[in-house]
Design a protein around this ligand. Sequence first.
Ligand code: NAD
Length: 354
Amino acid sequence: MHKKMISLLLAITLSSILLAGCGSTGQPTGAAESVPDTAGAGAEPEEGEAENVVVDPALENEVKVTSEEPYVMSGDQTYFIEDKELNNGYKMPVLGLGTYALTVEEAENSVYHALKDGYRLIDTARAYNNEEGVGRGIQRAIEEGLVTREEIFITTKVWDTDFGNAGSAFEDSLARLGLDYVDLVLLHHVPRPNDEEAYHELEEKVEEGKIRSLGLSNIYLDNDTFDRMYEAAEIKPVLVQNENHPFFQNTEFQEYIGQYGLFIESWYPLGGRGFTQNYFNDETLLGIAQAHDKTVAQILLRWHVQAGYITIPGSSNPDHIAENYDIFNFELSEEEMQTIKEMDTGHGNFNLRQ
Ligand code: NAD
């Protein structure tokens, strides 16, 4: 038997013991643009239930998901995928679908395909104008029995012009999504006028059971803003969603907020719309991709996950959506991780670090 399979089975056995009694994704164990932000940056057209998972190599590429276990992909190399445990006890998948620049119809179809492929994390925002489509895609997947609401983790964001009425803006998002609650709601940009007030209004929605976790977005080399928001928060944020990719790494900030148990969720994980070719034609990355018989997109996403980030690549192309999720059957070596770490230029594609 393949040695990774043995490790997997051991991991499953151990985790079955450790996770017995834990909730599903999004459940606490024991108890994260001026649309313009990124829109301006250049929207480009884009080209069952399982028991205690015994993996059958015949089920290659099939994803097994249970409400009680982290995800497992089957195949001749199988890895155990840990969700992140957030600082409030809820669990969050490390890889999801981003929906920026998708139309309502594209969002519906992309979300549906993603959920069908095994994704359990979906990222949208009021500013993307596609929450209705995201909601419809979720509904289709639930109606077809592909997922339950409890198994999935949905994120939306409150745009800064709504910071004066964040509570009602969130209620509008909730209605467009057609959901009873949202797993994570982010203030789309901080610092902004009224950001603390907006955060407090969202805290009320947590109390009402309509939001599970809160987060922040777009904080770059600005620990003061993070500290101010963190101290003002009665319900602490669980993550910060930032532009983050090998050419623009959030390493120091990851360490800083990590002290408080927060994660960084990477947006523009592939460099972002209009910029992906900078990566896809990079000789170093092409070499690593060739060595693993993977695409550069998969190498990038694997890097995010192995570097401790949560990530949400965007696509409306079903083939790319499937490809982007197929990163759990290989590992980057320490040397490859180091090579990618050294690619940091300090310059983002949208956010330029000064
Ligand atoms: P991305 O880095 O995910 O790149 C998306 C681009 O890559 C698209 O053009 C897509 O067609 C292409 N692509 C995707 N998979 C591919 C593959 N396998 N092969 C070839 N091309 C592929 O950029 P993004 O979508 O802008 O960012 C990811 C997500 O982050 C967004 O969808 C959105 O949900 C979120 N986001 C948040 C903020 C924020 O301010 N918080 C800003 C921008 C994006």
